[in-house]
Ligand binder design. Sequence first.
Ligand SMILES: N[C@@H]1[C@@H](O)[C@H](O)[C@@H](COP(=O)(O)O)O[C@@H]1O
Length: 236
Amino acid sequence: MRIIKTNTYEEMSVLAANMIGGQVLLKPNCVLGLATGSSPIGTYKTLVENYEKGILDFSRVQTVNLDEYCGLSGDNPNSYRYFMNHHLFDHINIDKANTHVPNGNAVDLEAEAIRYEKFIESIGGVDLQLLGIGHNGHIGFNEPTTYFPKDVHTVNLTESTINANSRLFERREDVPTQAITMGIGTIMKANKILLIAGEDKTDIIEKSLYGKVTPEVPASVLQLHKDVTVIICKKK
Ligand SMILES: N[C@@H]1[C@@H](O)[C@H](O)[C@@H](COP(=O)(O)O)O[C@@H]1O
């Protein structure tokens, strides 16, 4: 495990974008696992800049996102599909058909979870998975619980996650109470993992990286992964 501390959010974003860019240069048809939240916005901005400079070509890249809220369609500004289009996909030469986000609006969410898990497998799995982390240690939307959920599944969000994420919604009541997310097993199958977070997450990161490996702190499972880089920035 590599742990890098940067002085600024911009520095963290450049480092993270360089790692992702390096993956794209090494393997132009790679599969990138992507995340949402405020932490990766700067990373995506830097990737767009590097694309505009002609350094990166996304024409053969495929992406799979970690999670999506249930009940929001892709054109809802609070959906993760919208977030990804807005911050990254609309600004690079990726084929939109190669960008994948679980369908939180599916009538049969259980079937959608099985489909998404199988789909990731069918394209050869994730080469590099970008992650953020919740204050309670959640990764994707794997909330603290008594076991590590293996595959893509639907979850009930905890009050603390709903509260934290409500800052992005007009009203707290608008925050969906459920989400569909890659499981811990899905995430752990990625070849490489890159976790980025601001200073406000220092305590939960320490607990995750140096504490007991337990599903009560979902990110603690990363201690068992062979190739994890964590970048923490001082200011956001
Ligand atoms: N589902 C996402 C997570 O994948 C993300 O890691 C977390 C932290 O977000 P932020 O980076 O805004 O702190 O937010 C949401 O809950």
